[in-house]
Design a protein around this ligand. Structure first.
Ligand SMILES: [Zn+2]
Length: 447
C-alpha cells in the first residue's frame, strides 16, 4: 500500500505499493494477449465501414455500430453526444503533365482545398525545396503552380508545407500549390491531409503528389526541361453535418466523479480505411473497458472511453467534449490517447509533473513482461488536448513506430493488412494495465 510519495518516487525502492494491483494487471495483460479478438474487431470495423470521413454516411453508420457493440460489451452510460462537423467534399480530381509528353500522375486534393474552374488550371511548375527557396525565387512564382518538394524528416517538421503551403505560394502569386506527400517514400502513395487559407491571401487549389512524382518533376526541371501541368479539382464545402462523439464508461466503485479518460478519434480521411489512423487507437483503448468488464474488474475511479469525431479536418469532437465537460475538467485525473498507430516498437509517452512521472514509471514496471516498461517523455493527443488544457490533466500517448505509421498515413494504403495482431494486443494490454492502476490506486495521480 502507499505510504509516502517519496517511496513512490524512488527509483531504487521496489515498487511494493503496486503489490495489490499485480494480479489484476497480469489478468488484463493475459486476457488481451490470449487471442486476436481486438485485431478481428479492427478488421470488422474497417472492412464494413471503410473510410469514415466527417459528413459521410459511413461515419454515422460506424458510430451506430460502435454504440450497439459497446452495449453488447456491457459498457455503462453508453451514449452519443452531438457535434456539428465541417463537410468537405473531394469530388473528382486529376493531374497530368501536359508537357513534356502527356502523362497522368496520381494526385489527392488536400482537405479544405477549393476546386479549380471546370476543366482545370494549366500552368508551368516551379519546384522549390523549402520556403526559403520560394522567397529567393519569388519572381518566378507568379502564374505558376508551386511544387514544394520538401524531403520528409519528421512529421512535425514537414507538415507545415501541407498545411500552409497554399498560403505561402499564393503570397508570391502562384495559381496552384502541390506538396510532395508528407511521409517516407512508399509505393507511389499519395498522402492527403488538412490545409488552410489565410484572410487576405488569394485561395488557390492545393493537392499532394507522391514522393516519386515530385522527384520526377524536379529531375526534369533540373535538366532544363519546361514542365507544364494541368490540375483539375472539384473540392468544396457543403453545409456542416451532424456527427457524434461516442462515450462508454465503467463507473468507479468509490470515486465515480473522478474521470480517467481514454480515447481516440473515430473519423478518418476519405481515402483508405483509416485502420492505423485511427481505428486501431479506438479498438485498443476500447479493450481496456471491455476486458475489465469481462474480468469483473471495477476500479475506484470512472474510466470513460471516448471515440472522438472529426479530428482530422476540424477537431470539432475534441472541442465539443471540452465545452460539454468544462465544469468537470478538473475532475479528469488522467487522459490517454492512442492516435499514432501501434506498429512495433511502440512506446508509452507521458506529459505531467515529476511526481506523476515517478508514479507512472513505477506502474510501467508491470509492463516489463511485454517489453513496454520504458515510458518516454512527452505524450498526449489532439482529441484529449482541449480538456487536458482546461483541467491541467496529466496526459499519455500510446505511440507506434513513426516510420511505418507515416508511410501509410492519410493514404489509401492505411488498411488493417499492415497491422500485426500481436501489435494490437500489446497495445491493448499495456493501456489496460496502466489505466487500471491509475484508476484504482488510493491516491489521485498528482498534477
Ligand atoms: Zn489520427
Amino acid at each position: 500500500m502507499v505510504t509516502t510519495c517519496s517511496v513512490l518516487g524512488s527509483a531504487q525502492a521496489p515498487p511494493n505499493w503496486l503489490d495489490p494491483y499485480r494480479a489484476n494487471a497480469e489478468r488484463l495483460i493475459a486476457a488481451a494477449r490470449a487471442d486476436q479478438f481486438a485485431w478481428h474487431r479492427l478488421a470488422e470495423l474497417t472492412d464494413t465501414f471503410g473510410a469514415r470521413f466527417t459528413g459521410s454516411a459511413n461515419l454515422e453508420r460506424a458510430i451506430q455500430w460502435a454504440v450497439a457493440t459497446m452495449r453488447r460489451d456491457g459498457l455503462e452510460q453508453v451514449r452519443t453526444e452531438p457535434v456539428m462537423g465541417p463537410k468537405w467534399v473531394r469530388g473528382r480530381e486529376s493531374l497530368e503533365i501536359v508537357e513534356p509528353p502527356q502523362h497522368v500522375i496520381p494526385v489527392l486534393g488536400l482537405g479544405g482545398s477549393i476546386g479549380t474552374p471546370a476543366g482545370g488550371i494549366e500552368a508551368d511548375v516551379l519546384v522549390v525545396n523549402d520556403g526559403a527557396e520560394l522567397e529567393r525565387r519569388s519572381s518566378e512564382a507568379a502564374g505558376r503552380i508551386v511544387l514544394f518538394n520538401v524531403p520528409y524528416t519528421d512529421y512535425g517538421a514537414t507538415v507545415p508545407y501541407r498545411a500552409g503551403g497554399a498560403v505561402m505560394a499564393a503570397r508570391h502569386g502562384a495559381v496552384g500549390m502541390l506538396v510532395r506527400s508528407v511521409g517516407p517514400i512508399g509505393l507511389r502513395t499519395v498522402h492527403t491531409g488538412g490545409m488552410s487559407y489565410a484572410e487576405g491571401v488569394p485561395r488557390i487549389p492545393a493537392a499532394a503528389v507522391s514522393v516519386e512524382d515530385a522527384e520526377r518533376i524536379a529531375r526534369l526541371i533540373a535538366r532544363g526541361v519546361r514542365v507544364r501541368l494541368r490540375l483539375a479539382m472539384e473540392g468544396r464545402f457543403d453545409p456542416d453535418a451532424q456527427t457524434f462523439n461516442v462515450v462508454g464508461e465503467l463507473r468507479g466503485s468509490e470515486r465515480p466523479e473522478e474521470i480517467v479518460l481514454i480515447g481516440c478519434h473515430f473519423d478518418s480521411w476519405d481515402v483508405g480505411t483509416g485502420a492505423s489512423d485511427d481505428a486501431v487507437g479506438c479498438i485498443v483503448t476500447w479493450e481496456t473497458v471491455r476486458l475489465m468488464k469481462a474480468l469483473n474488474i471495477r476500479p475506484k475511479r470512472t474510466i470513460r472511453l471516448v471515440l472522438f469525431t472529426n479530428e482530422e479536418n476540424g477537431l470539432r469532437g475534441a472541442n465539443a467534449y471540452r465545452d460539454r465537460y468544462l465544469n468537470d475538467a478538473a475532475n479528469h485525473v488522467f487522459a490517454l490517447e492512442s492516435d499514432s498507430g501501434v506498429f512495433a516498437p511502440a512506446r508509452l509517452g507521458f506529459t505531467g509533473s515529476a511526481a506523476a512521472r515517478a508514479i507512472i514509471g513505477d506502474i510501467a514496471r508491470l509492463l516489463a513482461p511485454i517489453g513496454m516498461q520504458t515510458v518516454i517523455d512527452g505524450g498526449g493527443g489532439a482529441d484529449i488536448g482541449p480538456i487536458a488544457a482546461a483541467g491541467k490533466v496529466p496526459t499519455m500517448a500510446y505511440a507506434g513506430d513513426a516510420t511505418r505509421y507515416f508511410t501509410i498515413h492519410h493514404t489509401p494504403a492505411d488498411t488493417v493488412d499492415r497491422i500485426d495482431p500481436t501489435e494490437v494486443s500489446t497495445a491493448a494490454a499495456s493501456i489496460a494495465a496502466m489505466v487500471y492502476v491509475i484508476a484504482d490506486m488510493p491516491q489521485r495521480l498528482p498534477k
